[in-house]
Every structure is written in structure tokens, then in C-alpha cells.
Write a protein that binds this ligand. Structure first.
Ligand SMILES: N[C@@H](CCC(=O)N[C@@H](CS)C(=O)NCC(=O)O)C(=O)O
Length: 203
């Protein structure tokens, strides 16, 4: 059985959501960031990690891509061929390196960094988010999902970023982007993953 390592409510949700989409059994191994256990699986001490027998995968986008390829029959992986893999990799790196940082930086400065390192970055990240939202609108034009007309692992990662944008009060202006996030965030698998995490948090 897969082990999903990290804290409920963190990027762990990308892993549990993906596993729910795939219908694969898993156990949540609850730990906070920078614990000895977290460092055992990921030297950065950052969550989440996925344990698949002898294989440990870190970094949420890589975990989702790994699972999509391992369970290719479930249809959450790349489009065919080298071009399809390149397309998926571009989306995954875009989601994490470009779309996610405004939300993540805001969260770090509000909740995670030591008090003496926190700065008021609200205006900067709002500016960055607006630019990324425009780019996402252009990338999504004519598509229901990142890879076309079917849901994939990319939508798990990007959708989770969208959830952060909503909870972080980033003002979304694009109807295309709003409709996309409504579409992916209403997936029953996400609701199941969140229920599992709630249960794990209470245990
Ligand atoms: N690239 C990593 C980022 C992981 C990450 O930053 N996780 C957060 C929790 S959601 C964390 O553990 N942060 C600790 C820190 O920033 O020091 C991923 O996508 O999994």
C-alpha cells in the first residue's frame, strides 16, 4: 500500500487527491515539516513524500507525475509520445515554478518564516498573481483541462494551487480561470481526499 507522508491540509492533498482519483489504497503517515521522519524521506524536510515499497518520491508534482505513469491505464498521464511527455512536464513545472509562488510566498511570510524574516509582500504577490492568471487564461484557451479534454495529474497540481489562490484571497479576474478551478475543485476525489485528511488530522 502507498504511504503518503506529511501533514493534512498541506501539499499532501495533491498526493491524496491523486491517489483517490486513481482508486489506489494508501495510508497517511502524519508528520510535520522538518521532523526527523520528514527528513528521513526528504532531506529538505519538506512535505509531502510518497513511499511505494523501496521507492521514495518527493516533491508533489513529481509524485503526481510518477503515479500517473505507474497507473497509465487510468488515463491521468501525459498525451502519447515524447511531445505528450514534454507537454506534461512543461505544465507541471509551470504550475509549481510560476503559478504557485505568489500564494506560497504569501503563506510563508504570514505563517511559516520566523517573525524577524517576515515582510509585507501583499502588493508584490498580487501583481505576480495577476500576471500568472493572465498567462494561465491564455494557456487554457479552448481547453477544459490542462492537457485538453480530459482530467490529468496536471489538474491535481494546478487545481490545488487554485484552491490556495481562493483561500489566500487572490482576486481572480478571468472567467476562464475561475471556470477551470470550479471544474477541477468539484471533483469527488478531492472531497474524498480531504475527508481522509480530516480523519487523519483528528486521529
Ligand atoms: N517542491 C515541494 C515543496 C514542498 C513544500 O514546500 N512543502 C511545505 C508544506 S506544504 C513545507 O514542507 N515547507 C517547509 C518550509 O518551507 O520550510 C513540493 O511540491 O512538494
Amino acid at each position: 500500500m502507498y504511504q503518503a507522508v506529511g501533514s493534512p491540509g498541506s501539499r499532501l492533498t495533491r498526493v491524496t487527491w491523486m491517489l483517490e482519483e486513481l482508486g489506489e489504497p494508501y495510508q497517511i503517515v502524519k508528520t510535520k515539516m522538518h521532523t526527523d521522519l520528514m527528513r528521513h524521506y526528504n532531506p529538505t524536510g519538506k512535505m509531502p513524500a510518497l513511499v511505494d515499497g523501496e521507492i521514495v518520491v518527493t516533491d508533489s508534482a513529481a509524485i503526481c507525475a510518477y503515479l500517473s505513469e505507474k497507473h497509465a491505464d487510468k488515463g491521468l498521464g501525459p498525451n502519447p509520445g515524447l511531445a505528450g511527455r514534454a507537454e506534461m512536464m512543461s505544465w507541471m513545472i509551470y504550475a509549481q515554478a510560476e503559478f504557485e509562488p505568489p500564494m506560497w510566498n504569501k503563506l510563508k511570510h504570514r505563517l511559516i518564516l520566523p517573525d524577524n524574516l517576515r515582510a509585507e509582500i501583499g502588493a508584490w504577490v498580487a501583481h505576480e498573481f495577476a500576471a500568472e492568471e493572465k498567462a494561465l487564461e491564455a494557456k487554457l484557451r479552448g481547453r477544459d483541462y490542462a492537457l485538453g479534454d480530459r482530467f490529468s495529474a496536471v489538474d491535481v497540481v494546478l487545481g490545488h494551487c487554485g484552491q490556495w489562490s481562493r483561500s489566500g484571497k487572490f482576486e481572480a479576474k478571468s472567467p476562464v480561470v475561475a471556470a477551470y478551478f470550479d471544474r477541477v475543485l468539484s471533483r469527488p476525489a478531492l472531497a474524498r481526499a480531504q475527508a481522509r485528511e480530516k480523519e487523519a488530522a483528528a486521529a
